[in-house]
Design a protein around this ligand. Sequence first.
Ligand SMILES: [Zn+2]
Length: 365
Amino acid sequence: MLKVIQSPAKYLQGPNAAAQFGQYAKNLADSFFVIADDFVMKLAGDQVLTGLGAHGIRCHAERFNGECSHVEIKRLITLLKQQGCRGVVGVGGGKTLDTAKAIGYYENLPVVIVPTIASTDAPTSALSVIYTESGEFEEYLIYPKNPDMVVMDTAIIAKAPVRLLVAGMGDALSTWFEAKACFDSRATSMAGGQSTAAALSLARLCYDTLLAEGEKARLAAEVGVVTDALERIVEANTYLSGIGFESSGLAAAHAIHNGFTILEECHHLYHGEKVAFGTLSQLVLQNSPMEEIETVMGFCQKVGLPITLAQMGVKQGVEEKIAAVAKTTCAEGETIHNMPFAVTPDSVCAAILTADRLGQQWLSR
Ligand SMILES: [Zn+2]
């Protein structure tokens, strides 16, 4: 099998990037269809539209209705065609960005992604999650290419709720361990090939950056300011983790995350918060050295990610619930089967329960 690495064609990051990307966007198209929800349009709409206008780019702004569904994608495509725009910009959170990617794919137009939070590593990837109009999961759309440009405005991201940045660190925490597992097992990544040394190195850099800068970045975000540490974490959460997961692959941590989505009491958690506990569980599953497990638990505790089931909201009927989580985790086609050894619901259940015990012990030191 071939080795494959893929990434967005351009990645920009820094304070006020949302107002400055016109100088690069003008090389992609002379007119853009800009989508954002009402909240984000008020927050960043002016910056984006004025910034693009300053470079002679014609813009039409349209309200995103909140759900990345085929109905909404079609509605926006109709409006885009009426306006004759030749590119699409998505500003906001995951669903807005996924919708922009889908519009660009169906209309074969350049796509610019402007996240206003750094809570997952999805923005750089060549995929969208499509929901029904009522918000239920429908399908993944996998695209032949990544966004043409990803723009991270750290001044906006620093002012977003801190818990979102921390959740992004949770998503990024799994990247190195899942990438390494996929590399060892020669698994096929989301990019459709085997991992490269380049993608694996970015995944490692992602982990090292979290350990070095995570706590400092959380503190900066608590006061809403941009520091070097916050810049490093935004890059780790978005770019390093994004390339790492897409071009090296996912394994146990994300599959365990998917398992936890069946529990009602975990619905209040962000993606990255469940992934953090999934990471700790993967370390137990693969019997990582205690020192490594303690490093991960220490990191989670410092930045505010869960390391026990109780912190995740799972307090009653634990064994039964975790058995069900483990079963879902091991469903056919799940990424846990990318681990370099055979995995069963029993071994996953044992790993989760032991991870919980390790977390409890760590917190009661
Ligand atoms: Zn993730």
